[in-house]
Design a binder for this molecule. Structure first.
Ligand SMILES: Nc1ncnc2c1ncn2[C@@H]1O[C@H](COP(=O)(O)OP(=O)(O)O)[C@@H](O)[C@H]1O
Ligand SMILES: [Mg+2]
Length: 248
């Protein structure tokens, strides 16, 4: 099995989905076989790639993951779409260890055909995020350059630590990426310094600038790389992709 990246941060709006979609597309363009798993009931990764959420989720019905996977507009990039079905979301988020283990094993069986799997997590520390962490080999945490950037991260780190301590798992704290970066703002520079002092070299050198093209791309069902290849955000995600690939 290849690397499984869990894109997680319990805060909403920090750039998880944007990072998941754009990294998935850049990695596929770089030649890797990629599966993007949309685990957020909001299904933003699914619609952001111009796909439809599923009515019934393969993870709930115990159908093989490959049956639920669809092709995307990008060669080598497959998507396991999210679901908004109330029944499915309720089942997947239930705080039930057996159910969580079943979903995790089920996911893992579907991962073997890919070089990289990226999991877009919901903005919570609930069961879905825990299951995603337990299914992954590394956590990739986007941090938005804003005043409360580090707030609440202690809980997130504690949950990650608990998964890492279960010796049967392969999870590592893979990396941190600073998003919505505006180098003209004093605040951005302060957050950058604070995050790098706290987390050290797991913080990626590449930062993702605040760029309107990045925000517009999903409404066209595209990654920023396809929507505006020359935009700063597109270049940044391509650079981040190279850094992620090099860290192997
Ligand atoms: N680099 C960026 N520049 C401008 N807007 C961005 C950038 N990254 C994300 N956004 C926008 O910010 C919002 C939240 O991003 P999103 O990836 O959905 O966060 P999350 O998945 O963590 O909730 C979205 O509207 C998205 O388009
Ligand atoms: Mg999201």
């Amino acid at each position: 099995m290849g690397r499984v990246l869990c894109i997680a941060n319990q805060k909403g709006g920090v750039g998880k989905t944007t990072t998941a979609v754009n990294l998935a597309v850049t990695m596929a363009k770089a030649g890797a076989q990629i599966l993007l798993v949309d685990l957020d009931p909001q299904c933003n990764a699914t619609t952001g790639l111009g796909q439809e959420p599923t009515k019934s989720h393969p993870l709930v019905d115990s159908a093989p993951v490959r049956q639920g996977v669809c092709k995307t507009g990008t060669t080598r990039l497959d998507l396991l779409p999210g679901t908004r079905s109330f029944r499915d979301v309720e089942t997947l988020t239930r705080d039930d260890q057996q159910q969580a283990d079943r979903v995790r094993e089920h996911l893992a069986r579907g991962f073997t055909a890919y070089d990289f799997v990226l999991i877009d997590c919901p903005p919570s520390l609930g069961q879905l995020t825990k299951t995603a962490l337990a299914s992954s080999t590394e956590v990739l945490m986007p941090i938005q350059c804003e005043y409360f950037a580090m707030e609440g991260l202690a809980q997130m780190i504690e949950v990650i630590r608990q998964v890492i301590e279960q010796k049967t798992r392969w999870l590592e704290f893979g990396g941190i990426v600073l998003t919505m970066y505006d180098h003209t703002l004093e605040l951005t520079r302060e957050v950058d310094q604070e995050v790098r002092e706290f987390f050290g070299e797991i913080v990626y050198q590449t930062v993702i600038p605040r760029d309107v093209a990045v925000a517009e791309a999903p409404s066209h069902g595209k990654s920023v790389i396809d929507y505006a290849p020359r935009a700063r955000g597109a270049r940044a995600y391509t650079e981040l992709c190279m850094e992620v690939l090099q860290r192997d």
